[in-house]
Write a protein that binds this ligand. Structure first.
Ligand SMILES: Nc1ncnc2c1ncn2[C@@H]1O[C@H](COP(=O)(O)OP(=O)(O)OP(=O)(O)O)[C@@H](O)[C@H]1O
Length: 300
């Protein structure tokens, strides 16, 4: 086993299916896989270049479902680049070139026919700085489902008897409750989301992500711009979400990784995944001396 080909014993039984050609086929593949369980993301030999800069080298790992996987390592080691590989966000960076395979729910997301709309719906992302839309709290939640045609509103919908105002209200309540925000905002759902505190905005972004019923939630340092109390709420929320979703989180904060994650992947300078294992093992008895030095603060 090479240093970068590390898979914890998750008892994976993932099977590959052809990437969906239509929304319906893609959805069926996800539903089928969801029922089967176990490994949610299977990453094999991922390499990323920005122009000539080889930013991520031969990274392979299996990420179990319904758990929190933390990605840690010094600045510039490729954590965010790796996270973006998991929902093809690097496609949006002109200079980026990605090689390798990522199967999510048994479907190869780098297949040329992969359905990117379905993919981005199933694999939500929360960024470092909260980025709600400059719209009401309610509209922030219902925007995604409306875009995907799951909720119809407005004059035309009413004319055709398809007004989903009630369904929208249920969805907004469900997502805000899941994101532990309902009690704080249920009396002002039509207020502009930009009036919320930073911590509330971040939980709203998590609720927005949950509204389209994802399987996987990717988080890129979701608490780094927040104060300790808001951070602790996000940490509690992440642990709660992992009962139902697969969460992959980039963090600079090693204590945070130790507190909330089940598995930890340590990347070190040069874009290599050095060690990936149960969080307890990584923090108490890592295999690699370089990881031990990093964890104990000898560098990084
Ligand atoms: N859009 C981009 N264009 C060119 N190079 C990039 C781009 N994004 C990242 N890189 C380079 O890729 C390498 C990995 O960056 P990345 O942001 O993934 O690391 P990171 O571990 O997440 O860093 P940090 O902890 O500082 O956020 C760095 O050398 C960085 O300069």
């Amino acid at each position: 086993m090479s240093e970068t080909d590390i898979t914890p014993d998750t008892g994976s039984t993932a099977t590959t299916t052809t990437a969906g050609e239509s929304d319906e086929q893609a959805r069926d593949a996800w539903t089928e896989y969801r029922a089967a369980g176990e490994t949610k993301l299977s990453v094999e030999d991922i390499n990323v270049w920005y122009g000539d800069d080889h930013a991520l080298k031969d990274v392979s790992m299996d990420i179990p479902e319904e758990s929190v996987t933390a990605l840690i390592g010094p600045s510039g080691c490729g954590k965010s680049t790796f996270l973006r590989c998991l929902n093809r966000m690097n496609d949006r960076i002109k200079a980026a070139r990605v090689e390798g395979s990522v199967e999510v729910g048994g479907t190869e997301i780098y297949h040329p026919d992969a359905n990117l709309v379905e993919l981005r719906k199933r694999i939500g992302m929360v960024f470092q700085s909260p980025n709600p839309f400059p719209k009401s709290i309610r509209e922030n939640i219902s925007y995604g489902p409306r875009k995907h045609g799951e909720i119809e509103k407005g004059l035309l919908a009413r004319l055709f008897g398809r007004d989903d105002t009630e369904a929208e209200a249920e969805l907004v309540e469900r997502a805000l409750k899941q994101a532990a925000l309902w009690d704080e905002v249920n009396d002002r759902l039509d207020d502009n989301a930009l009036g919320l505190s930073g911590g509330q905005q971040q939980r709203l972004c998590i609720a927005r992500c949950l509204a389209v019923d994802p399987d996987v939630i990717l988080m890129d340092e979701p608490a780094s711009a927040l104060d300790p109390i808001a951070t602790s709420k996000i940490e509690d929320l992440v642990e709660e979400l992992a009962k139902e979703y697969t969460v992959v989180i980039v963090t600079h904060n090693m204590q945070q990784a130790a507190r909330i994650s089940d598995q930890t992947a340590v990347f070190l300078t040069g874009g290599e995944l050095i060690e990936y294992d149960d969080t307890e093992k990584i923090f108490e008895n890592p295999e690699s001396q370089r990881v031990e030095d990093y964890i104990t603060g000898k560098f990084g």
